[in-house]
Design a protein around this ligand. Structure first.
Ligand SMILES: O=C(O)CCC(=O)C(=O)O
Length: 276
């Protein structure tokens, strides 16, 4: 209520985290492919020669068709907290495994501060929550999450690509106008610790100054009673445009909306599928 986030220690078992890690490694080695899953590379390695290992992959997104990773989204101990925000009918709307690479010296491993609601064409915001679990010890050295407590009580801000000299990763929009003096909290976490946060909370993550690949797994949930909105004519239009360009390029889909993209990848994890 007050801060817009809550951190629960030791919520996901070592055994589960190790399973997610080995499945991620299989995906990197291209031993596992599944429909809809997006495998992304960091902007600094995107154009380099392809090496099929974890060094080439910065993020795996939309793993709803991969049972080993999607298991995370249905873990009962996670849903117990999620239900406090969504109520009993729960949809998993967006999934990610983030493999933040060692920074190549251009600071591109940072994630600019943003509000996740910028990407979502559904409401109300208070019925949406993100779960983000550390897959190893995560601290300021390897680029932990940084949050601006209390910002979830504000409105959705305009987002754009930050003008960073070294370049910015695809879809890493940053919030345009926020108070740089606002207090910040760095969320240092141990393997298995999980933070739940509001989609309006301004947050990002720092540079990875280590040689390791910092891993976290995450899912955005929404109440199945949420409703879709049309983002045309709103500040979210830039995100929609880019998602639709990708859909057209990758899947030759050219008459869809952001709503269709979410309706297609959303999966029920508890209760009844209602309007999402
Ligand atoms: O894991 C990270 O570094 C930040 C993830 C994040 O904020 C996001 O993808 O929205």
């Amino acid at each position: 209520e007050e801060n817009g986030f809550i951190l629960i220690k030791n919520l996901v078992s070592e055994e589960d985290i190790n399973r997610f890690r080995s499945e991620f490694e299989r995906i990197c080695r291209q031993e596992e492919k599944c429909p809809g899953m997006v495998v992304m590379r960091d902007v600094t390695i995107a154009k380099s020669e392809f090496i099929p290992n974890e060094k080439a992959v910065s993020k795996v997104q939309d793993f709803q068709e991969n049972p080993a990773l999607f298991r995370y989204c249905a873990l009962p101990q996670i849903l117990k907290y999620v239900e406090c925000f969504t109520g009993p009918n729960i949809m998993a709307m967006h999934t990610m495994l983030i493999n933040k690479p060692p920074d190549a010296g251009k600071k591109t491993s940072r994630h600019p501060v943003h509000q996740d609601l910028h990407y979502f064409p559904f409401r109300p915001a208070d019925r949406i929550v993100c779960a983000w679990t550390a897959m190893e010890k995560i601290n300021r050295q390897n680029g932990c999450l940084v949050v601006l407590p209390g910002t979830h009580t504000g409105t959705l801000h305009e987002h754009d690509y930050p003008e960073w000299e070294g370049g910015v990763n695809k879809m890493y929009y940053g919030v345009r106008d926020y108070d740089p003096q606002h207090p910040r909290v760095h969320l240092e976490m141990e393997k298995g610790d999980t933070v739940f946060f509001h989609p309006l909370l301004i947050h990002g993550s720092g540079m990875n100054k280590t040689q390791g690949f910092r891993k976290a797994i995450s899912c955005h949930y929404a109440s199945a009673e949420c409703y879709y909105i049309d983002v045309k004519g709103t500040t979210q239009e830039n995100a929609e445009k880019e998602v639709l360009e990708i859909a057209a390029r990758k899947y030759s889909l050219d008459d869809i909306s952001l709503k269709d993209a979410f309706a297609f990848r959303g999966r029920l994890v508890q209760g009844e599928r209602i309007s999402l």
